[in-house]
Design a protein around this ligand. Structure first.
Ligand SMILES: *Cc1c(COP(=O)(O)O)cnc(C)c1O
Length: 383
């Protein structure tokens, strides 16, 4: 069986976790949590990092600090894993769904058009003409590790007092190479960047997340909210509703070990992408989707695009065919503006997301994928 995406644990994980166990520093206090945060700052160039129990919690807290409240709206892409949409709903706010561009990311042109044509600035907030609600934030997702085109979008959001929360849960290691953000890591451009260390991400702590920000006040607030909002930690006085969202030292210990390997993992992902792409290019009706030219992607997930007419099989049939050969693949997430809890929410000119979702299959991409595995997958695609 060749799995889609599994963790690779090959470094100091045992040593660091054992140290937590040996010293009984297993909970949310302990040196590894701070070390893991420092590692994220060093690696991404962000000024502050706050560790969380998972990426969804990181998004949830970032939305709270962005001022999102019940009845507000948040702009989101329809093509993404559902976690950022759910985080909006946790606050009883409403997602407004946007289309995607050629790289599976939120379409910047259509989103700007929506903001400029469908909203008006009133009392300092962008108000949706249709719903009358305030749009407080946007969550661009760097899908599959592809850097979202943020350059112009972010300027419009700044003008319109819309906070930008980057969902960088899939894109740790992705760096912009041109434009005003050249040299910057995904997650460090908006007001907040959220990372995930879930089992299928490029590095993992079993479960975990991180908020990065350059704003010291936001970081302090995130630290406060994720640790039960203690205003007096001795007498347990709480002036706000807090959350038990702090990462544990055991998980952070694993994170520190995984961070040591991250550059190597990105290299492997990139090399395997090239190997796949060269081979797949020769198969009629198949193409491995390119990453955007304005960034070095981390190549977290590989997106196989299937032209069913030329290839002779659609996504579903290809998935079944590979599954019969013990190769695990996965179609793109069911589009979120069609999901039951969100079907009544507003969506704006969604076209490309439908096309891409209809022809894309994610193929095995684990860091420990061997050359033989790649040959097996390609051979099965050819057969
Ligand atoms: C993985 C993922 C998340 C959630 O991260 P968890 O750590 O699993 O909570 C959020 N958004 C996207 C796009 C993801 O892929």
């Amino acid at each position: 069986m060749i799995p889609l995406s599994v963790p690779h644990i090959s470094g100091n994980e045992w040593k660091y976790v054992k140290e937590c166990l040996d010293t009984a520093w297993v909970s949310t206090a302990g040196a590894y949590v701070g070390r893991f945060e420092d590692n994220l700052c060093e690696f991404t160039g962000a000024a502050h990092a706050v560790a969380c129990v998972n990426g969804t919690a990181a998004l949830h807290i970032s939305l709270i600090i962005s001022g999102v409240e019940a009845g507000d709206e948040v702009l989101v892409p329809t093509l993404t894993f559902i976690a950022p949409i759910n985080a909006v709903r946790y606050l009883h706010a409403e997602p407004v769904f946007m289309d995607c561009d050629d790289y599976y990311n939120i379409d910047p042109a259509k989103t700007i058009e929506f903001i400029q044509k469908e909203t008006v600035l009133r009392d300092g907030y962008s108000v949706n003409r249709q719903s009358g609600r305030r749009i407080k934030a946007i969550i661009p997702v760097h899908v599959f590790g592809n850097a979202a085109a943020l350059e112009e979008l972010i300027d419009v959001c700044r003008e319109r007092n819309i906070r930008v929360i980057e969902d960088a849960t899939e894109s740790l290691g992705t760096v912009y190479t041109s434009g005003p953000n050249a040299g910057k890591h995904s997650g460090t451009i908006g007001d907040f960047g959220c990372f995930s260390f879930n089992g299928n991400k490029i590095i993992t702590t079993g479960g975990g997340g991180m908020i990065v920000t350059d704003n010291a006040e936001f970081a302090e607030k995130a630290r406060y909210l994720t640790t039960q909002a203690k205003d007096d930690a001795v007498r347990y006085v709480h002036d706000e509703v807090g959350y038990n969202f702090r990462l544990t030292n055991v998980q952070a210990a694993m994170g520190v070990a995984q961070m040591e390997k991250l550059p190597e993992y990105v290299d492997i992902k990139r090399r395997n992408f090239r190997r796949y792409r060269e081979e797949i290019h020769h198969i009629n009706g198949l193409e491995l989707a390119a990453a955007p030219p304005y960034a070095d992607a981390n190549y977290w997930f590989y997106a196989l695009q299937i032209d069913a007419d030329n290839y002779g099989k659609d996504v579903e049939a290809t998935m079944q065919h590979l599954s019969a050969q013990k190769i695990q693949t996965r179609p793109v997430w069911y589009l979120n503006h069609l999901q039951k809890p969100y079907a009544a929410c507003q969506h704006y000119k969604i076209e490309k997301a439908v096309v891409l979702a209809g022809k894309t299959l994610n193929i095995p991409c684990s860091v420990n994928l061997t050359d033989q595995d790649i040959r097996t997958v390609v051979g099965a695609l050819k057969a």
